[in-house]
Ligand binder design. Structure first.
Ligand code: ADP
Ligand code: ZN
Ligand code: ZN
Length: 655
């Protein structure tokens, strides 16, 4: 039994007596005496053996098990892979309101009036389901692949008709009497997609995402659990929807960082979806315009079947130009907006069309860039950018801990023009106001959007033509079709390139591809200007050429050389403490403890690195140091992980 009230205790499971009149199977939620109180727990196993000690009896239980058998298996798999307590994995599967025992599945409460817009859409207006349009030959081939393989990667650019393939695969499962699960990143930003599923499947659809109220979530969850739906559409946590007849698990934009949970258990919904499909005997369909390198490698090695939609339906891909920012100062332009970008935006405004200026969200001045050669100072061991830490008075690698003082000259070209890098959205907005004083300008970022409502308001204003220029962050790159956009500028394409992450090239490629995907979707010509100091970098070159495979082929060898995924697993163990000295010292002790354990256990093929300062060393008053493990079969080390307050683990980390 895993008991809720025992979360803080570093102890696994408890044993209770099953009363004679109670029928229990693993997955049942039960109320048990715990200390002086009663607490909710989950049955993990039922045994006929006499434990030889006196046991307290279970007080009561639900009629049916809360968790399906495959879900309990899934929780176990997660606990092992992510080094997380089993109870935390089970908790992640059950909406808070149900966990607390407040909802018995008795149906909606009348007191609850609030409803999210998405739910109202999903419930539909009782209209007859829309009939599917005939598929293109490429789409038909993709559906056939899904029908004949356990696991398929569907690779196709934005607008190539992937969603239509998901719809057809879901329909095929439904005809077989099976249920489907469709995962999308950040569902509240993609209402059009939910709408399409709702139109096709009417009321036999449940929507699950983190922005629903607790009651709404519980209601949707019960609809799924009672088998009332053919389909669940949702974001990350919907991967835990209880579907008793699961036949298809579909993940849109597989590899998106939105699928990674940032609290314990730090799961990646893509990983969970793969295990879920295996455990439930369902088919798996991973779709993406930009599959992660690791996933594409699975397709290359045959672990996934590959289906491709090479063409956009209606309209070609926009033209992407790389602008070399190193040439701007020579021409007398010291502004972050290049002459070419200015020209392209001018042209868009002249023809009464719109422009988007896109900035990386993480525009913090944390890495050091040479203005002349465009390179950032790198770690000699890990080939990632070093991070500037004011607290350490220098640069440090956040994988291996390598540190050095800030150099006076660029280590590559000797230039003195070397400095911290990054511009914020606010500064870009005021710059845009100076450059285009006549234009109506809107800014969209986490600050101005302030949640779902604000996001839709700003987007609505822009898409209905009440503004000419939209200045924004990644938020802009999601979801919507914007027919009137004639110019898109990526102001700081280099930023993710210098991010201290082994995926920096991949993220750069993805960013440019995704932003370009916003432009020219309705067949009108649009221009995408990508500003960079590294125009010869393969990630940017290949993105400009819309050449995913070319990018993949250039990226893979360096992953192999430096031992990063898909050639090795990564785990990051972080220790945080209010006291700077104690944080560093405890992390060192942790490293020693682990190293000793690895020697004692004769564990080979795993490298321990660090302690090194976390990417953001000081966060909310805590100093954070981390150990990085790299190698094969990291779960062998889970039992050696340093325990106690302040430690947290992140397996398959995403920055
Ligand atoms: P993706 O999911 O790859 O971005 P979509 O499925 O949204 O692509 O398709 C892009 C556009 O093409 C949509 O407007 C969609 O309605 C249209 N479309 C998709 N499949 C077909 C088809 N077989 N026939 C006609 N139009 C299609
Ligand atoms: Zn240089
Ligand atoms: Zn390093």
């Amino acid at each position: 039994m895993a008991v809720e009230a025992a979360r803080a205790l570093d102890r696994g499971h408890y044993t209770y007596l099953v009363p004679d009149d109670m029928e229990l199977v693993p997955g049942h939620r039960v109320l048990v005496p715990f200390g002086r109180r009663s607490a909710w727990g989950y049955v993990l196993a039922v045994s006929g053996e006499d434990p030889g000690i006196e046991l307290k009896a279970i007080e009561r239980t639900d009629r049916e098990p809360l968790l399906l058998p495959h879900q309990l298996e899934l929780a176990r798999a997660m606990a092992e892979h992510y080094w997380a307590p089993l109870l935390e994995c089970i908790r992640a599967m059950v909406p808070p309101r149900i966990r607390g025992g407040r909802s018995s599945g008795a149906g909606p409460s009348t007191r609850q009036r609030r409803h999210s817009a998405l739910l109202a859409q999903a419930a539909g207006s009782g209209q007859a389901p829309e009939t599917p349009r005939p598929l293109t030959p490429a789409q038909r081939a993709a559906v056939a692949q899904v029908r004949s393989n356990q696991a398929v990667l569907l690779h196709g650019v934005t607008g190539s008709g992937k969603t239509e393939v998901y719809l057809a695969a879901v329909e095929a499962a439904r005809v077989d009497g099976l249920q489907s699960l469709v995962l999308v990143p950040e569902i509240s930003l993609t209402p059009q997609l939910v709408e399409r599923f709702a139109r096709r499947f009417g009321g036999r659809l449940a929507v699950l995402h983190s922005r629903l109220t607790e009651l709404e979530r519980a209601q949707q969850w019960w609809r799924a659990r009672r088998g009332e739906v053919d389909l669940v559409v949702g974001s990350r946590s919907a991967v835990f929807a209880p579907l008793p007849r699961l036949g298809l698990v579909c993940v849109d934009e597989e590899g998106s960082s939105s699928y990674k949970q940032d609290r314990t258990p730090r799961y990646d919904a893509g990983w969970v979806a793969r295990r879920l499909a295996e455990l439930a005997g369902a088919r798996l369909l991973l779709g993406s315009a930009i599959p992660s390198v690791a996933t594409y490698r699975e397709a290359e090695t045959g672990a996934l079947a590959l289906a491709e939609l090479p063409q956009r339906i209606g309209g070609g891909l926009p033209e992407v130009e790389l602008v070399d920012m190193r040439q701007e100062p020579e021409a007398g332009n010291r502004s972050p907006v290049s002459r070419r970008l200015k020209e392209v935006v001018d042209a868009a405004l002249d023809s009464e069309q719109q422009a988007i200026l896109f900035l990386n969200r993480r525009g913090m001045a944390t890495f050091v860039l040479c203005r002349d050669c465009g390179r950032s100072v790198q770690c000699p061991n890990c080939s990632v950018a070093l991070v500037q830490h004011a607290e350490l008075d220098g640069l440090a690698c956040h994988y291996c801990g390598f540190a050095e003082p800030l150099p006076a000259h660029c280590p590559y070209c000797g230039s003195r023009q070397i400095r911290a890098f990054g511009i914020g959205t606010q500064r870009l907005e005021s710059l845009a106001r100076r450059l285009w004083p006549e234009a109506r300008i809107l800014r969209l970022d986490r600050d101005t959007a302030g949640g779902e409502e604000g996001y839709f308001e700003i987007f609505d204003a822009f898409s209905s033509g009440r503004a000419d220029i939209l200045v924004g962050t990644q938020l802009v790159a999601r979801g919507f079709d914007l027919p009137a956009v004639a110019a898109v500028g990526v102001v700081d394409a280099d930023l993710p390139l210098h991010f201290p992450d082994y995926r920096s090239a991949e993220n750069t490629f993805a960013l440019v591809t995704q932003v370009a995907g916003r432009a020219g979707r309705t067949g009108r010509p649009a221009r995408v200007v990508v500003q960079t100091s590294n125009p010869e970098h393969y990630a940017l070159r290949r993105a400009a050429e819309h050449d995913y495979l070319g990018f993949y082929r250039e990226e893979l060898p360096s992953r192999e050389i430096f031992g990063f995924p898909p050639f090795a697993e990564l785990a990051v163990l972080t220790y945080s403490d209010d006291d700077a000295e104690r944080a560093a010292a405890t992390a060192r002790d942790g490293a020693e403890w682990l190293a000793t354990g690895m020697v004692r256990g004769a564990i080979q093929g795993v490298k321990l690195m660090g302690p090194s300062p976390a990417f953001i060393l000081k966060l909310r008053g805590s100093y954070r140091w981390q150990l990085t493990l790299k190698g094969e079969g990291l779960s062998r080390l889970a039992h050696l992980a340093p325990r106690g307050r302040g430690w947290s683990y992140d397996v398959d980390p995403v920055m």
